[in-house]
Design a protein around this ligand. Structure first.
Ligand code: FAD
Length: 514
């Protein structure tokens, strides 16, 4: 594995295939495959990049599939070579992983976006759904669904990610408190296993594979089609932010909101430490209706907590919605002068992070290293966590948004591969740091990694029962600890569906035996 040292320039790893079958034989076997799409051996440097921008592995080839059979043929070829070669295969969605998870050194990348050829197939009946390619971007699914007056129920904050990429993790956003994560809102999958078999799976067909693949970090198969649950789409969103200076009151209100039968559609929150500016605000395009009041609010250097909620509506029932929201807000204990409201279209709301992306791209601040840390923290430990992290570790700086919001475990499907804390309610806390180019200071890579380690060490030392979301580890022992009692099932599924450990080597969970 080739990890870019904090201060050095990024370099491309040379492909190395140490195997009994030489790389030239593999090369010509791949070249001879009869495919609907094609396989490239040149101009494939883009496959060495991801959003994390810290790991860079050069593959041998990139498969641009035009059919499911292209993927199955390629996996079958590599499977057929047995353990005489260490060649492996990684599906690459939109490449928005953080630590090389969608990369493979000297192996084959499956460029899933090239499979986006089939038209999306909609069922607009009572149990509405859409069948999409595993390489489809969520933003495209949104636009197509809206043409039918429908929408998926559960989202990520950013929609320029593929279905296969988010379902391999969980797919969590402010709708998860009600609908569960995206892995809860899928009826059926088509999967190419590590043996090259094409398998349809669902709650009642090949269930073990279905549950394994959901949150399965790409370890058991490549998702080629997903059947996504839909509901009627609203047109507008009331988007509200409220500030708190006391974490206990903030989190009590968040927990109240996710537990009550109120009709909010989205509940998140974030931490404001000492700084504003583009890097901290890029996930949002929130423009309060009263910008003067918003700009006049002074935090006086204090750490603040912002509750963010949204209510979907159609213009014809706006007055009912306003009454309904007033009733909900009257139960909360935010700082009364800090109610900021905005009204935007449903698409603007869901695609809000993309606006920040475009601004950052203009300034050359999008393709920087992103040493993100995402944690799932049991409700009983969140106050202890917040006191140490926001009171001690991160007091003087923040290098990007810090999201924090609770979800109900009862809304998460049991038995998937995603690992969550043991309690009924847990928080997602996401430290979404960006490294400033050439910085060796507090916004440099070394400093941020150091802060991440301090946070992780604190959790470990105090046995908070925290789990990483979008997890990344270097050793199998760390993975075993991550999976805990789910490890045996995960291992058994690997040996059933990908016995040679061909798929998704970038997670460093299993190593192909040669
Ligand atoms: P890739 O990075 O291409 O792949 C990710 C992993 O999935 C790899 O291991 C890959 O091999 C595997 N994979 C890809 N496609 C398939 C497939 N078809 N079948 C099987 N395995 C596959 N996550 C959230 O939950 N909520 C958020 O709000 C959120 N916001 C984000 C915002 C930004 C700006 C970014 C960069 C990421 C965000 N994420 C969020 C994380 C994101 O969901 C994951 O990083 C996701 O894996 C990225 O999808 P991708 O299509 O880019 O996948």
């Amino acid at each position: 594995m080739n990890k870019t040292p904090p201060s050095s320039k990024q370099t491309l790893a040379t492909p190395t295939v140490s195997s009994q079958i030489g790389s030239s034989i593999i090369h010509s076997s791949l070249k001879r495959l009869t495919l609907d799409g094609n396989i490239s051996f040149e101009n494939i440097d883009y496959a060495t990049k991801d959003f994390g921008n810290r790991y860079h592995f050069l593959p041998l080839a990139v498969l641009n599939p035009k059919s499911i059979s292209d993927i199955s043929t390629t996996v079958s070829l590599v499977f057929g070579m047995g353990s005489s070669t260490d060649i492996t295969i990684a599906a690459r969605g939109h490449g928005h992983s953080l630590e090389g998870q969608a990369q493979v050194r000297g192996g084959v990348i499956v460029n899933m976006e090239s499979l986006r050829i089939a038209e999306m197939h909609f069922n607009t009946g009572k149990k509405a759904y859409v069948d999409v390619s595993g390489g489809e971007l969520w933003i495209n699914i949104l636009h197509e669904s809206l043409k039918h007056g429908l929408t998926p129920k559960s989202w990520t904050d950013y929609l320029h990610l593929t279905v296969g990429g988010t379902l391999s993790n969980a797919g969590v956003s402010g709708q998860a408190f009600r609908h569960g994560p995206q892995i809860n809102n899928v009826y059926q999958l088509d999967v190419v296993t590590g043996k090259g078999d094409v398998v349809t799976c669902s709650d009642d067909q090949n269930t073990d594979l279905f549950y394994g693949v959901l949150g399965g970090l790409g370890q058991f198969g490549i998702i080629t089609r997903a059947r996504i649950a839909l509901e009627p789409a609203p047109t507008m969103v009331k988007w509200i932010r409220l500030l708190y200076s006391d974490f206990s009151i903030f989190s009590k209100d968040q927990e109240f909101l996710i537990s009550s039968q109120n009709s909010l559609d989205y509940i998140e929150g974030f931490v404001i430490i000492n700084r504003t500016g583009l890097v901290n605000n890029w996930r949002s395009s929130f423009n309060p209706k009263d910008p003067v009041q918003a700009s006049q609010f002074k935090s006086e250097g204090k750490v603040l907590f912002c509750l963010e909620v949204a209510k979907y509506f159609n213009p014809e029932n706006k007055s009912n919605i306003n009454q309904n929201i007033d009733a909900i807000l009257s139960e909360l204990s935010y700082i009364r002068s800090t109610l900021f409201e905005s009204e935007v279209s449903y698409v603007q709301f869901l695609d809000r992070v993309h606006i920040g992306e475009m601004k950052l791209r203009e300034k050359g601040l999008w393709e920087v290293p992103h040493p993100w840390l995402n944690l799932l923290i049991p409700k009983s430990k969140i106050r202890e966590f917040a006191a140490e992290v926001f009171g001690n570790i991160l007091t003087d700086t923040s290098n990007g948004p810090i999201l924090i919001y609770p979800v109900n475990k009862s809304k998460w499907r049991n038995g998937t591969s995603t690992v969550t804390p043991e309690e009924n309610v847990f928080y997602l806390v996401a430290f979404l740091s960006s490294v400033m180019p050439y910085s060796t200071g507090k916004d440099g890579l070394e400093h941020i990694l150091n802060q991440n380690n301090r946070i992780l060490n604190f959790c470990k030392r105090n046995e908070l029962g925290v789990k990483q979301y979008l997890p990344h580890y270097n050793t199998q022992d760390e993975w075993k600890a991550h999976f805990g009692k789910q490890w045996e099932v995960f291992k058994r599924r690997k040996s059933t569906y990908d016995p040679l450990a061909i798929l998704a080597p970038g997670h460093r969970i299993f190593k192909k035996a040669v």
